[in-house]
Design a protein around this ligand. Structure first.
Ligand code: SAH
Length: 253
């Protein structure tokens, strides 16, 4: 597949950015490497003159940037979301390197839109935000000083994506789709499964909403690793509907 098309399917998502200058720097980093799709989740100040100034020739990306209230909204329609984190997280998905992840993202972009998710400048990504992602990337750094500027972190990943896209553009044969498989579920379809699971578990008493513990984060981690397909979501939701209260409603004949 054409590298330009693949790069256009990679969404850069900035969660709760505090400094408009960093949004501009991220847009510039993206455009220099051929990426175009910028999403902002609850930016503190945007649009802003400082963002335009730092974007220089990439103001067009800022004008087209999509603004969302929450991360799930920004991930709607994507088939893979990768978190950028300077720190190892207990609850998060297993981390990979930018180079490994660039190849994987491009291979997945054959199947649909994919997202790279960056955190706020001072607090990074929240645990909740991390749990919306299938995998994580940590840029290798000086262990004593590991936090890059947000725009710089976006630049490193976009650079790796461009190198990988033009070095060995993945062929459609490399796609995950086989005769047996169905398309990968989108983020919103997987969220529908989690909501269904949570409601069944609450209703059955397995999950106590007053003391939820780490049940949902653990299930998110499990299904995030599995990379569910659309048919698989339908099967799981069918089972959940059929076994609800043990009534057998929804059971197939
Ligand atoms: N103090 C924050 C860092 C915020 S830097 C923390 O400890 O998490 C802003 C964002 O840039 C981070 O949320 C992450 O998305 C990205 N980033 C910065 N340094 C990084 C690194 N070494 N590896 C991966 N992402 C990094």
């Amino acid at each position: 597949m054409n590298p330009e098309v693949l790069l256009s399917r990679i969404r850069i998502v900035l969660c709760r950015p505090s400094h408009p200058g960093n949004i501009g720097a991220a847009a510039r980093a993206m455009k220099t490497m051929g990426l175009t799709d910028l999403h902002l989740v609850a930016p503190k100040c945007f649009p802003d003159q400082e963002a335009d100034t730092r974007a220089t020739g990439a103001v067009d990306l800022l004008r087209r940037a999509k603004i969302n209230d929450t991360l799930p909204e920004a991930l709607a329609g994507t088939v893979l979301a990768v978190a950028l984190s300077a720190r190892r997280r207990d609850l998060g998905p297993p981390p990979g390197s930018p180079r490994e992840m660039a190849s994987q993202l491009l291979a997945e972009a054959i199947n649909g839109d994919v997202a790279l998710v960056f955190g706020n400048e001072s607090v990074g990504l929240s645990n909740e935000e991390i749990q919306h992602c299938h995998s994580a990337v940590t840029i290798p750094t000086n262990p004593g000083f590991s936090s890059l500027n947000l725009g710089a972190a976006v630049q490193v990943l976009c650079y790796e994506l461009r190198l990988a896209a033009y070095a060995d553009a993945p062929q459609p044969e490399g796609s995950l789709v086989t005769a047996f498989s169905s398309p990968l579920a989108t983020h919103d379809e997987v969220e529908g499964l989690y909501a269904h699971l949570e409601s069944n578990m609450t209703e059955s008493g397995f999950l106590n909403p007053a003391q939820p513990g780490r049940l949902m984060p653990k299930l998110r981690r499990l299904f995030g690793r599995a990379r569910l397909e659309r048919d698989e979501i339908n099967i799981l939701r069918g089972i959940l509907a059929a076994t609800r209260n043990g009534t057998g409603h929804g059971r197939k004949p």
